[in-house]
Design a protein around this ligand. Sequence first.
Ligand SMILES: Cc1ncc(COP(=O)(O)O)c(C=O)c1O
Length: 424
Amino acid sequence: MIGFSRADQTLVCDGVPLSAIAEAEGTPVYVYSAAVLRERYRAIDGAFGRHPHRLHYALKANSTLAVARTLRELGSGADANSIWEIELARKAGFSTADIVFTGVGKSPAELECAVPLGLKAINVESVGELARVEEIAARLGMTARVALRVNPDIDAKSHPHISTGLKINKFGIPIDEVRALFKTIGSRPALKLVAVHVHIGSQVTSTEPLARSAALVADLVAELRDVNARQARGAGAGPVALEYVDLGGGLGISYDGRTMPTVAEYVTALLNAVAPTGLPIVIEPGRAIVGPSGTLVARVIDLKPRNADSQFAVLDAGMAELMRPALYNAYHAVEPVSLRAGSETQYELVGPICESADVVARDRLLTPLEVGDLVAIRDAGAYGSAMASNYNRHPLPAEVLVDNGQWRVIRRRQTIDDMTALES
Ligand SMILES: Cc1ncc(COP(=O)(O)O)c(C=O)c1O
């Protein structure tokens, strides 16, 4: 059995006891299963069957080098959200032709660096950004490959903080502006439009909005082809031959055991929507690949009464290491690494940070905990270490990758010297 399971009452990752890793590396520590990473990537990749496609792993979910390298070795491309994620991707061995540059706020300095790289595409988020890319490309005497990110005004029905597809969200270009660009972009020699792109949010738990946004992209592709046909008859801009459609990421995972769309249902929904275009599909999955591959192992450092029904269990990991519960009220399953005998007790599992929002898990029934016990915060592979901070001067936690029954540190724990190295 791959991933996290119980053997002799104690949690293991691909056969390696989490307690052994915690003993050697201390806590808090992120532990990832390479086998789960591979299995999740291959499941999505395989679901496309023979339809031409490419996965561009969304580095924002987890950009630790060894994780990125593992995905590159499987054949993934990269979705980078800043020039620094592009640099990270290159360090992980991705070629620039395998990187798409997404992100709602690309600074002039980032664009100056990115345009000459010849990326697979810069996924442009506004008419102004397109003009800025064009100006740089023209100055350099080159043609920039761009995708237009459309804002489809579709509700992903995810948490409002991670829904990106509504008109009121800051993301993408309004549909009418995309239509207008279709008419002129062919006459802008410094730009090559290679794709139409959409991404409506993360942790999307139904295929319906994903299918609807993919269908909208397919409609836009058809409209662009009409524009091409009309312009071929007249003396308008040159024809635009799209190379692919980019349908973003967003597939949710089950944090609490609730049923989620399967990978097959997700991919079928996308394929049905865009197959009529005949174009290859690019997707940018993050969470669905890396989320279930990671567990944050923490230690109970204090216990105290909360109310008549429950106790506080204070952990050595909290919102500095895993921000999701504080940021989105997100649910993560938590379980003791080793189970003690005794009846289940209700715990409020909290972090050590000086914020009342620093609650890792509310009202959980667990077998009895004692100070010093280890707990596993599950499904923490995505938006966990990537969003960690030094708040309260917590060092970034160590990260460990388990591969083929062996484990190794892929990022050592930060020290106070690392933290203050940039300060004077
Ligand atoms: C443009 C874009 N692509 C891909 C992703 C990855 O999303 P997820 O991790 O939900 O698959 C995101 C994250 O929100 C994103 O903004």
